[in-house]
Design a protein around this ligand. Structure first.
Ligand SMILES: *Cc1c(COP(=O)(O)O)cnc(C)c1O
Length: 438
């Protein structure tokens, strides 16, 4: 039995303390319950994850590493971080793990800090072909501080052009090769990247943030035996808290740890670290393997069904939770072809969330883009299966054929699709409790 002692004058609820913000949170709760989330990098956390995030570690400072903290009172923070590290090492068969990075971006920054000096040459997937911001964007620290050369995919089949990677590696002699992408739906041949890195004496960094959960579930081959440092996150397929993860060899452990703290971070978010421990443990269970296989099976069904709607899957399909598709061939009453931006907007107007993305060799600027990217992590967490993937593709196909007009027939068509999206969302509730009425 617990006794709640109210501090004098303490507001009883967020509603009383800050009605303006309470209304924003209610609106977001409502949005979650009524839209369908096909955004590639998102997933839904469990109540247990959110309880840990809101729990006693939320306020703890624990700068440093277990047993070597700059703050007192860290015995339990040490225990939580040791659990997370040990589980990460066991799950991925890695010699060393660091669970402190605040995000995927911080994990990549720390990996660069561990292996590179400003001005070093790095060979990475170009952003236009699927690379992440941290793989050399001029607007990001990566492009500012390092000298990036970009490789890409073959125009013929959309697959990573390993011959080009080898040729560029021989030409620019990079200090590191970065393998990994944000918008590439296929398995990456880590061993082939390793062979190229060895040939030119480069480090191999794997940015597996997008797919590390599929590696954990046994669906995709692991980069761990091949890469010097592997970067990951826990908030995508692993279904955990927002945050990054680094795996490396014992030899690089000290450099990677120092690359995180004190080089690029101060005190870790101990509540995130504890929640990482939970999902890294759960990811070793057969149930998680089943989840990851279903997620990929769903993506395969979705890719095929989208093709029937005129959204042509890049690379012809997927090996992952991702589907990338070219919107230029969609047949509309008003003609042929949509931009990715138009697909994204027309879908959002009916409650379907997906993202525009550039297609390789795109002929329109990235702000419009010719493609879209979808992921099946959220809908699989909700319990959807192949049947619902076909249903979703049909809804996407109908949504993108509704012209942009605000009134008249278009408005009626849009409302009809939106009603079906809502009905599907209601059949697979995200949260245990019903959303608060707005
Ligand atoms: C998601 C992702 C990141 C960045 O993660 P953040 O937590 O958003 O910083 C980096 N690289 C790849 C390949 C990703 O998929």
């Amino acid at each position: 039995m617990s006794v709640v002692i109210e501090r004098p004058g303490r507001p009883a609820s967020l509603q009383e303390q800050d009605p303006e913000l309470a209304a924003v949170l209610d609106a977001e709760r409502q949005r979650r319950a009524t839209q369908i989330d096909l955004l590639a990098g998102e997933n839904f956390t469990s109540t247990a994850v959110r309880d840990i995030l809101a729990g006693p570690f939320a306020d703890k400072y624990a700068e440093g590493y277990p047993g070597r903290r700059h703050h007192t009172g860290c015995a339990h923070a040490d225990a939580a971080e040791r659990l997370a590290v040990d589980r990460a090492k066991a799950l991925f068969g890695a010699e060393h793990a660091n669970v402190q990075p605040y995000s995927g971006t911080s994990a990549v920054l720390a990996a660069y800090a561990a292996l590179l000096r400003p001005g070093d040459t790095v060979l990475a997937m170009s952003l236009a072909h699927g690379g992440h911001l941290t793989h050399g964007s001029g607007a990001n620290f990566s492009g500012r501080w390092f000298n990036f050369t970009g490789y890409g995919v073959r125009e013929r089949d959309g697959m990573i052009d390993l011959d080009q990677v080898r040729d560029l590696a021989r030409a620019v002699r990079p200090k590191a090769i970065m393998a990994g992408a944000i918008s590439y739906p296929r398995a990456i041949d880590w061993a082939a990247f390793r062979a190229i890195a060895d040939e030119v004496g480069a480090y191999l960094i794997a940015d597996a943030a997008q797919t590390i959960g599929l590696v954990a579930g046994g669906v995709l081959a692991s980069p761990v035996p091949h890469a010097d440092v592997v970067c990951g996150v826990t908030h995508k397929l692993l279904g955990g808290p927002r945050g990054g993860l680094l795996l490396c060899t014992a030899e690089l452990a000290g450099r990677v740890d120092r690359g995180v703290f004190p080089f690029t971070q101060g005190g870790p978010a101990v509540n995130q670290v504890a929640a990482k421990a939970l999902v890294l443990g759960l990811a070793a269970t057969p149930a998680f393997g089943t989840y990851t296989r279903q997620t990929v099976a769903n993506a395969k069904v979705l890719a095929e069904a989208l093709e029937a709607e005129g959204l042509r899957p890049l690379t012809g399909g997927t090996d992952t939770h991702l589907v990338t598709a070219d919107a230029r061939a969609v047949r509309l009453a008003e003609g042929v072809g949509l931009t990715g931006r138009a697909v994204e907007q027309r879908c959002e107007a009916v409650g379907l969330l997906l993202g525009k993305c550039a297609v390789p060799f795109d002929d329109v600027p990235p702000s419009a883009a010719s493609g879209v990217r979808l992921g099946t992590a959220c809908v699989t967490t909700q319990g959807m299966r192949g049947k619902e993937m076909t249903e979703l593709a049909t809804l996407v196909g109908r949504a993108i054929r509704v012209p942009d007009d605000a009134r008249g027939e278009a408005s009626g068509q849009r409302k009809a699709v939106a009603r079906e999206v809502l009905a599907l969302a209601r059949r697979f509730p995200v949260d245990d409790e019903p959303a608060a009425p707005s």
